[in-house]
Design a protein around this ligand. Structure first.
Ligand code: CP
Length: 323
């Protein structure tokens, strides 16, 4: 807490962007500012009073047009820990079901004097569209198959806690790369931090030309696990697959499911991550998800501190106003 107040008083910290739309738009310095601030907020969250008065005069709307457990709760908690006023909106049960457009929905929410919008939407690019049409700061909480920037930030933050500096570290992203916004944001973020990145999955779930993003491709799961220090295992996103891209879930689990037998055969320990929700027994077995190498719940814990940092740094208030 003392450190945080010192930081606030000493600097007018800010990011190079007004909105957090994607990792692709950030500078490496932004990543370091977010991680630095998140480390301080993580200390705050371990105090008996897990709250700071930083955003007392800020109102934030969390608008979710797609289902979420972790991201939504994590943003809400982060905002409340910063003392912001928070309103939550779900498309289900709203006037969206009566045909109201995205822009009308958001303009109506903003007319109630909202300063910041956290949005999840199934359409890739929706947060960019919103940012062009509103004055509020927009945070992308996941747009279609494009980006999920705060997930990548909390993933990198969690990897740093385990491994330190990620420069030269070998990170494998395993599973449904094609439909994963987590994969794309992770690739951008890890590249900026100097990590080596490999993607692994069946050929039908690996986008063509993905090597142009500076990643290796490996179709053999055992080779990928042997190569890496961290395996970030992704969910099979059946809801985004409009035609079958592999025979059966059983076959997928047979060739690409990460299980204890595979980890035991490695002559080293690797870190296991998953952004959630997990399809247990498909991409990840319970003996691995709940095993000693897993940092899945650390990722969830770190999500609150990282999102506090993002919201705080985008809030636009000066250091003097915040303290
Ligand atoms: N990781 C993640 O985005 O989870 P939710 O869909 O539950 O928010």
């Amino acid at each position: 807490m003392t450190t945080l107040l010192y930081l606030c008083a000493a600097f007018k910290m800010a990011l190079s962007v007004k909105h957090l739309l994607g990792i692709k738009e950030l500078q490496t310095e932004d990543l370091h500012s977010i991680f630095h601030t998140a480390r301080n907020f993580k200390q705050v969250l371990q105090q008996p009073v897990r709250k700071v008065p930083a955003l007392r005069d800020t109102t934030i709307a969390n608008i979710f047009f797609e289902n979420s457990t972790r991201t939504r709760l994590s943003f809400e908690l982060a905002e409340k820990r910063l003392s912001a006023d928070v309103v939550n909106f779900s498309a289900s049960g709203s006037s969206v079901s009566k045909g109201e457009t995205l822009i009308d929905t958001v303009h109506n929410i903003l007319a109630m004097k909202v300063d910041m919008v956290v949005m999840r939407h199934s359409a890739s690019g929706a947060p960019w569209f919103l940012a062009r049409h509103t004055d509020a700061a927009i945070i992308n909480a996941g747009d279609g198959i494009n980006e999920h920037p705060t997930q990548a930030l909390l993933d990198a933050f969690s990897m740093q806690e385990k491994l330190g500096d990620l420069k030269g570290r070998r990170i494998a992203i395993i599973g449904d790369i094609m439909h994963s916004r987590v994969a794309l944001s992770n690739i951008y973020c890890l590249n900026m931090l100097g990590a080596e990145v490999l993607v692994c999955g069946p050929p039908t779930l690996i986008p063509k030309h993905i090597e142009s993003l500076g990643v290796r491709v490996e179709y053999d799961l055992e080779k990928a696990l042997k190569w890496c220090e961290v395996a970030n295992v992704l969910r099979i996103q059946l809801e985004r697959q409009h035609k079958p891209l592999f025979s059966t879930l059983r076959e997928y689990a047979l060739y690409y499911g990460v299980n204890k037998r595979l980890l035991d055969a490695l002559e080293k320990e690797i870190v296991i991550m998953h952004p959630g929700p997990i399809n247990r027994g498909v991409e990840l077995n319970s003996d691995v998800a709940d095993g000693k190498s897993s940092i899945i719940l650390n990722q969830v814990e770190n999500g609150v501190a990282v999102r506090m940092a993002v919201v705080y740094l985008l809030s636009g208030a000066t250091a003097e106003q915040r303290v």
